[in-house]
Design a protein around this ligand. Sequence first.
Ligand code: GLP
Length: 244
Amino acid sequence: VIFESSLEASTIVAQEIASLIRDKQSQGLPCILGLATGSSPIKVYEELVRMHKEEGLSFSNVVTFNLDEYFPMDKHNIQSYHYFMHEHLFNHIDILSENINIPDGKVPTDELYQFCIDYEMKIKSYGGLDFQLLGIGRTGHIGFNEPGSHLNSGTRSITLDHITRVDAASSFLGIDNVPRKAITMGIGTIKSAKRIVLLAWGNNKAQIIQQAIEGEITANIPATYLQEHHNTTFVLDHEAALEL
Ligand code: GLP
């Protein structure tokens, strides 16, 4: 779906999330959201915060699982995804802190494997994700599932692609400060979500969006795996859709 502006698009996506939360609330059920970081979802979070403050949208039944986190990464570090999520969303809404799940960038290396299995199991214990919000990296990554990621991959530690580290360099004051690894939900984890919305804005995403939507399905561009998901929408602005 192509919108005039990222603001208009983000408002529509936030409305979909809000109505899902309210729908689950009316049934007395938790709402399980998979959340993303990066610049793309910021306006969606702003709109959800506005709905909380002005329309009384409650997040008391919401359980969140974030896609990824750098490794190693202290959660208090301003470059952490933990910090990002609190700054843009969690600090401004009534979500219960025990319902927030973000991969722990400080888990000891010898506990990392088990941590990833436990993260995956926790998502499954809720019956999977009701809704997964995604951005896309220039490598075609979703979460931090870089080229080569397997279709059935679960939550795991991965090595970041050089392009991804170049793109992150400005927020880390230089590429040497960008972590080489990350923890990410897998392609299998993401694809098991009942609904997926991928956001992309601006012409620097146009080429990868064209490949993700129109290219053949390949591990070299992990976002192409979404072509096989039964309920995925790519939400774009005009610039991101230029190559379609
Ligand atoms: C990072 C995140 C991804 C995100 C991507 C794009 O790599 N791990 O989840 O989709 O950045 O970021 P942006 O939305 O800023 O373009």
